[in-house]
Design a protein around this ligand. Structure first.
Ligand code: LLP
Length: 429
């Protein structure tokens, strides 16, 4: 479900016309729906409620404090990958025991901070990292808990090469063949209680099969570790549950749960999930205004006021987001969120931004109704890895973010200004 619907030809977020939000908050603007976020969170949490599950929303996906606050209110814990993300979680008063800290490059200062915060788990990525965390914990006189990130050597061929992580040859985790040695060496450490494992295989994963394959390997591993008298109490399955970039593309939370839960029960462990995209993707759009239309050879372009600096995914991963007009012509049929959308009288265009890079494309070869200067477009599926990957390249201020709740909206991050971008340099002049 998501709450972006056309009402009388006007795209609305919940009960508010997107055009009205843009009129007040300006363009480009990220618009998020609170009801959608909560719907996705609740469906996921309830699908896995049959076992003891901690849902740790992956902050990297969409990290605005107001969004984290909404999810905290629904009961979510958090997955962090840096001291900065941990500081965000702490800033909204998250329960530190429901925080998992992943990432291959934790600095000493970040480890110390996480130990001070008394987080629930460190996801441990290498032998050297384990020893470092244990040494810092010893020096601080504290104990913590570790989940070994195991590389199950499975992957989803449909996932972009940049976002698959479950193969042997990645920088993430330790090979499953090496994991038993890891427990032999560190399984009885005094400062880091190593009683959990972590398996994140990629993002997005468009079927339950790779999870099942990874879990089957994990079951054999868990048995082997328990046979040696060590404990495995928690299994963190990472993130990766997909979202509909096109209607009907991704399984529902309940579909994943139906395949995964029997194996979790068999393993007799508590479960952690680190979903990001599944919750946030379709809870957000990027609204942008057409600045100009132009042609280049045979090609037609719409030049938008948003660019790769605002939404990087199309340029970086050749990601396809559907893009529709915010206002449909009188009597026009509602688009169906398929990349094949071809309205009557449509024109095929590339939608591009104003950055000085040829890769600065938001969408390739889309057929849209004729659009002109001042018209608004909505780029769907922009809630996940949208604003968080925005940059200030070309000294372009990042968009505003707003959160809609029913018939009201709130600016949850004001539009950045150019001055804010260069102020730290100015103070050094
Ligand atoms: N846990 C770990 C350890 C991760 O590395 C990730 C994502 C997640 C959880 C959340 O995955 P999700 O549930 O959102 O699929 N920027 C890329 C995606 C990078 C994903 C990185 N890791 C994109 O725009 O598609």
């Amino acid at each position: 479900m998501d709450a972006f619907n056309y009402i009388n030809g006007q795209l609305c977020c919940e009960d508010l016309p997107v055009a009205d939000i843009v009129a007040q908050a300006g363009s480009p603007v990220y618009i998020y729906s609170k009801a959608t976020l909560l719907d996705h969170y609740t469906k996921l949490a309830s699908s896995f409620a049959d076992v003891d599950t901690t849902v740790c929303y992956s902050i990297k996906t969409l990290s605005n404090l107001s969004i984290l606050n909404v999810l905290k209110g629904a009961g979510s814990g958090f997955d962090v990958v840096s001291g900065g993300e941990l500081a965000r979680a702490m800033a909204i008063g998250a329960d530190p025991q429901k925080i998992v800290y992943a990432g291959v490059g934790k600095t000493d200062a970040e480890i110390r901070y996480a130990l001070e915060c008394n987080i629930g788990w460190f996801n441990i990525e290498s032998e050297m990292e384990f020893e470092t965390i244990s040494a810092i914990a010893a020096e601080m006189g504290v104990t913590t808990r570790g989940a070994l990130r195991i590389n199950p050597d499975v992957y989803d061929p449909k996932t972009h090469a940049y976002t698959t992580t479950g193969k042997k040859e990645t920088k993430f985790g330790v090979d499953i063949d090496r994991a038993e040695d890891f427990f032999d060496r560190y399984g009885r450490d005094e400062h880091v209680k190593l009683d959990s494992i972590h398996l994140h295989i990629g993002s997005p994963i468009y079927s339950a099969d790779p999870y099942v394959a990874a879990l089957k390997k994990a079951l054999v591993f868990i048995d082997a570790i328990r046979a040696k008298g060590m404990e495995i109490n928690v299994l963190d399955l990472g993130g990766g549950f997909a979202a509909d970039y096109e209607t009907g593309k991704s399984p529902l939370a309940a579909d994943y749960a139906a395949e995964i839960l029997p194996l979790i029960k068999q393993a007799n462990v508590n479960l952690i999930l680190e979903p990001g995209r599944h919750i946030a993707c379709n809870a957000g759009i990027l609204a942008t205004k057409v600045l100009y239309t132009k042609t280049g050879g045979e090609k037609k372009f719409l030049i938008a006021d948003a660019a790769m600096t605002d939404l990087l995914r199309p340029a970086l991963y050749q990601a396809e987001h559907f893009v529709y007009p915010v206002q449909l012509a009188d009597g026009a049929a509602t688009p169906e969120r398929k990349l094949t959308y071809a309205p009557e009288g449509g024109v095929t265009v590339d939608i591009v931004g104003g950055v000085c890079e040829t890769s600065d494309t938001l969408a390739h070869a889309r057929t849209l109704p004729p659009m002109t200067r001042g018209d608004l477009l909505a780029i769907f599926g922009a809630g996940a890895y949208g604003f968080v990957m925005a940059s200030t390249y070309n000294t372009r201020p990042r968009p505003a973010e707003v959160l809609v709740d029913g018939d009201t909206f709130k600016v949850i991050r004001p539009r950045e200004t150019a001055k804010e971008i260069f102020a730290p340099e100015q103070s050094c002049l």
